[in-house]
Write a protein that binds this ligand. Structure first.
Ligand code: UD2
Length: 315
């Protein structure tokens, strides 16, 4: 199946890679992005493609239906404020974008007869469960407004599945990394540490750095997300997308320093982050059974490519 796909957050980190891959697979793609954090340059390649259309718009906009007049086959909804830290500072804005925005996109999907809705949720919904690796049946426990917003959005997706037959595929992304991840105090730790290393700034570890994460490379995330969109059937799916090994944040800081041997950065510790999850690794059992997918990119290989990408942009 190909057809028309709408991608929200199209100029963002994961969204722009998804757009490139959907175009390669023969989809016509309409990309939506407010460009508040997304970068138009992430779409340089896509914008040369005849089957790509870009709209600069907020996903909460009431004009979406006017912009999207034709039937849609599938919506990939990635646009969100993805920062736990920002959600503790500005929960109302995070709710607007992550919850109201999702509901608005579900309405677009319903009015344009989209058969499928793929939602990029987050492992943050699990909080700090006792059993690792975390399976999808684990109870939900929001430790931050960000996590709460993703749970609310998941519930709206499921309700539209029941009411309107828009079968949702909900991916709970664990920690995604790779080229095009923005560098700011609100972005992912790998982009922050690499940029600090390349700029000879202190590498800022929150707390003692013993918290662990399982990182998954963006190419793997995109591959699985498309497989989830292509999956036929009327059952809603909730699937983890996690790396298969975990690493502590302190160990990560040291490893990144090794990949940037010329760096004079030192590792410093700050206060632990409010609302932070302690350990996070997902079980990929269900994802692999349902989609026949396992992550293919080794963590060190992904890290090396990511360091090279930031290096080339800074030089
Ligand atoms: C990430 C995602 C979030 C969600 C979640 C799922 C980002 C920005 N956030 O949240 O959207 O999907 O994963 O598991 O990708 N840290 C430092 N120093 C820094 C920055 C971070 O020590 O300068 C620590 C931070 O305190 C945390 C860990 O690194 O313990 C990971 O932080 P993150 O912001 O990259 O990701 P996380 O897990 O909060």
């Amino acid at each position: 199946m190909s057809g028309t796909a709408v991608v929200t957050g199209a100029a963002g980190f994961v969204g722009s890679h998804l757009v490139d891959n959907l175009l390669k697979e023969g989809f016509s793609v309409i990309g939506l992005d407010s460009l508040k954090t997304g970068q138009r340059t992430n779409l340089d390649e896509a914008l040369t493609h005849d089957n790509f259309r870009f709209e600069e718009v907020d996903i909460c906009s009431k004009d979406l239906l006017k912009m999207l007049k034709d039937p849609i086959d599938i919506v990939f909804h990635l646009a969100a404020i993805s920062s736990v830290k920002l959600s503790t500072e500005n929960p109302i804005e995070v709710n607007r974008v992550n919850v109201d925005g999702t509901l608005n996109m579900l309405e677009v999907a319903r009015r344009r007869n989209a058969g499928r809705f793929v939602f990029s949720s987050s492992a943050a919904v699990y909080g700090n469960p006792e059993v690792l690796p975390i399976s999808e049946g684990t109870s939900l426990n929001p430790l931050s407004p960000y996590a709460a917003s993703k749970i609310a959005a998941e519930m709206y997706c499921r309700s539209y599945g029941h009411l309107h037959g828009i079968t949702p595929t909900i991916f709970r992304y664990f920690n995604v990394f790779g080229p095009r991840q923005e560098y700011s105090e609100y972005s992912g730790v790998i982009s922050i540490f690499i940029n600090q290393g390349l700029k000879n700034l202190d590498i800022t570890v929150d707390g003692d750095g013993s918290q662990t994460r399982s990182f998954i490379y963006v190419d793997d995330v995109v591959k699985a997300t498309i497989l989830g969109g292509r999956k036929n059937g009327s059952n809603e799916l909730v699937l983890n997308l996690s790396g298969t090994d975990s690493i502590s944040i302190l160990e990560l800081a040291k490893r990144i320093k090794e990949y940037i041997p010329e760096s004079t950065s030192t590792i410093v510790h700050r206060n632990a982050r409010e609302g932070d999850v302690k350990d996070s690794i997902g079980s990929m059992e269900r994802t692999s059974a349902v989609l026949g997918f396992s992550p293919a990119v080794h963590f060190n290989t992904g890290l090396e490519s990511t360091v090279s990408w930031y290096r080339s942009r800074l030089s």
